[in-house]
Design a protein around this ligand. Sequence first.
Ligand code: GDP
Ligand code: MG
Length: 431
Amino acid sequence: MNNCENIFALSSGHGKAGVAVIRISGSNLIALFERIINKNAHTPRHAYYTNLKDDSGDLIDQCIAIYFGAPHSFTGEDVIEIHSHGAPAVINKIFEFLRAHNCRMAECGEFSKRAFFNNKMDLTDADGLIALLDAQTDKQRQSALKSFTGHDSKIYNNWRNQMIEISAYAAAILDYDEDDLPKNIDIKIKDKTKILLNELQDAIAGYRGTRALRNGFNIVLVGETNVGKSSIFNKLVGSNRAIVSDIAGTTRDVVSQQIDIDGYLVNLSDTAGIRESNDTIEKIGIERTYNEIKTADLIIHVYSDIPTEINNDEITVINKSDLLKTRNLKNVIYTSAKTNDGFDKLMATIRDKMHTLMGGAESRVAINERTHELLLDAINELNNAITKSENNYDIFAEHVRRASDAIGKILGIITTSEIADATFSKLCLGK
Ligand SMILES: Nc1nc2c(ncn2[C@@H]2O[C@H](COP(=O)(O)OP(=O)(O)O)[C@@H](O)[C@H]2O)c(=O)[nH]1
Ligand SMILES: [Mg+2]
């Protein structure tokens, strides 16, 4: 990567807006900044009101411009922010001006990538930033912000430092006299490794919860045709999103809607009723129902009469309670999409299950697909160190060192440019 290039991007949203923020980053932007503010001197972090003119002296717009000198900026380089009026024509004209002044349009995530290479953030912070920019609900915002402001980075760095220390002591056992080493160091490092292994295993046990917190809690409505799944779905999302009809097999595709429950993002899906069918399209729909079930965090199994079996991992609902004479089953919720009966209880039960899975995840280290794999690698190596090294401390040291490498990759301390590229390309232009 060429750090000397000056890059720019629209950092605010696209479309008509009152104000647009254009950000520029580069290794030396003082001359450009003073050209923008029409002055021969400047104070960093000071908002200048300026009539920005192009090189033929025509006014482009009245703007605010701020200069952040390296390293005290988002990227760690010199950064200029131009706050202009938000019209696309103004933005294009400013882009033209910047191109004429030795700047080029940034690639996706290039600002963050520069911040990463200038040690302004590590990869777990970048993961947090990606999640923050995607946050739709308050809980997503809180969780992402925690990662972005270094909560995860601190935990991973702490684990890695301990592993490096253990590995160094293990390697020293063969090289140094017993008297030169701390007493019982062999026992101490094994104990420490076991504690670390437990901590990592505990973190990975929270993967489902942290994933649901970040990407949404997947609730899937399943059951036979005509039991009222689509009617319940519509009640829960608060609109007539899914088609309701007394014709069996009406819902033939998965209908999904995102809703916010207590600040948590929930992906609610209505599915095709499960039955034997010769209809090609309905069969595809039923296949999709099974796929949804695989990724579900919670299944609401809907019946309209006595259930064949009750699975305690699911919420069992008996709908059309308005048509029932008796309701004596335990561990089921009786609802009526017609009279609204039972919906308070259904919502309370959903909330309960959701809080159980995600509430605990809020204090944990965030894990995504990338970090999940690496965390598993680290666990595997620590496990090998404990169970497979048979008092050979060189082998023990090597396994723990590999575990520390896996954590180093999570942080991006040990990285190939592909890993960094994959992370930063998820960030949109201007970040
Ligand atoms: N009486 C009564 N009818 C219902 C209730 N819920 C749904 N229905 C009716 O049952 C039929 C099938 O409903 P639908 O939601 O399409 O079922 P799905 O096939 O499981 O999605 C429709 O005619 C609905 O109006 C209910 O609670 N009581
Ligand atoms: Mg339906």
